[in-house]
Design a protein around this ligand. Structure first.
Ligand code: NAD
Length: 346
């Protein structure tokens, strides 16, 4: 039976990427909308052929508990709202797919995981690259040791955000976005370094920059640059920024070769070159844009068959722990040692 999903938050990502992808997804459908804007909700419901009794708002959301047409909730709200809405969805006994970053702190992530366990419902994080053909092929190549032992990973996720204040753009607002580009865009580089090495870092160091005289950066950092060292000896260098010329790239190098992905983690049109001594091959493992439907299909299957989730809450928690450690390392100027679960040593 098809899983009915309620979409919470009708912003840009929901409207332009996620909702259209349901058409190609298997085993799920849009069952309801939750929005604070009644006019927009009506227009969107009409566009998707949904009756108006499938529209909820932030006040009457609790009523969704008795709506059997809704099995799950997809949270596509600003990050600072994820934990509370996940808890409300679990209280209504629904499964939850939650956008990345999972939440603002490890404490919030732990609350979400606990609520999922109490309710006996699934919790998945919207890490779409785990369903994207280029990134999946890259993971496979690393497992096959196509580059030999992995030595260096470099990632760049940066763009220049328009002039705005924290009140005008939630991504610039600490209460809604946390520290800034690292949580939002840099997270793709952090994730890539983890799924390409298949490891959790054992230590890290970092720098941040916050030019407070710029109205955009009153509350958040403009840049973050991080070095991770993995137990195998591999090192990752991650750069992310809201104030530099656009770039979306991941590269991995070992003694035998290099894998260069640019763009690496886009919605569509990713590209990948595998270089070894004497050979240079452009790889085209699939169509990047299938990632949205594949992610939805995976969630639906996990809900229907009570199967394991590839990108569970625990993965989101691990990453938020690492982000907290990165900010701590940057603030202290020290290299910090980590346990295998990404908590800080001593
Ligand atoms: P957006 O600003 O376009 O949409 C946010 C929505 O939340 C809007 O409909 C807004 O009205 C609503 N909202 C409710 N309460 C709000 C409040 N207090 N302040 C501001 N907005 C409020 O943002 P978006 O780009 O759609 O991002 C939404 C979520 O999706 C975020 O968690 C973001 O990180 C995630 N996202 C993920 C990807 C991805 O590739 N996986 C891409 C973009 C966004």
């Amino acid at each position: 039976e098809s899983v009915g999903v309620a979409i919470i938050g009708l912003g840009r990502y929901a409207l332009a990427q996620i909702m259209p992808a349901f058409a190609a997804a298997r085993g799920c459908h849009i069952a309801a909308l939750v929005s604070g804007n009644a006019g927009k909700a009506k227009r969107v419901a009409a566009a998707y052929g949904l009756d108006e009794d499938r529209i909820y708002n932030y006040e009457n959301f609790g009523d969704i508990a008795s709506d059997d047409r809704v099995d799950a909730v997809y949270i596509i709200l600003p990050t600072g709202l994820h934990a509370d809405w996940a808890e409300k969805a679990f209280a209504a006994e629904k499964h939850v797919l939650c956008e990345k970053p999972m939440a603002l702190s490890a404490t919030e992530c732990e609350r979400m995981i606990a609520a999922s366990e109490r309710a006996g419902r699934k919790l998945m994080i919207g890490y779409r690259c785990h369903f994207e053909p280029y990134n999946l092929r890259a993971m496979e190549l690393m497992r096959e040791k196509a580059l030999g032992d992995l030595r260096l990973i470099r990632t760049a996720h940066q763009y220049r955000t328009g002039m705005a204040t924290p009140a005008e753009n939630w991504r610039l607002n600490r209460a809604l976005a946390g520290g800034g580009p690292l949580e939002d865009y840099g997270l793709y580089g952090l994730q890539a370094s983890l799924y390409l090495t298949g490891e959790t870092p054992e230590s890290l160091s970092a720098y941040t920059l916050q030019p407070k005289n710029d109205p955009r950066f009153q509350e958040i950092f403009a840049h973050a640059s991080t070095q991770l060292r993995f137990p195998s000896g591999a090192v990752a260098q991650l750069a992310t920024s809201y104030d530099s010329f656009g770039m979306n790239a991941v590269s991995a190098r070992g003694a035998k070769g290099a894998l260069v992905m640019e763009p690496a983690t886009s919605y569509s049109g990713n590209a990948m070159v595998l270089q070894t001594y004497g050979a240079r091959e452009t790889l085209t493992p699939g169509t990047s844009s299938v990632q949205f439907a594949q992610q939805l299909s995976h969630f639906a299957k996990a809900v229907r068959e009570n199967a394991v989730i590839r990108t569970p809450g625990e993965m989101g928690l691990r990453d938020i722990r690492l982000i907290e450690a990165i900010y701590k390392a940057a603030a202290s100027g020290r290299t910090l040692a980590l346990n295998a679960d990404a908590t800080l040593k001593d």
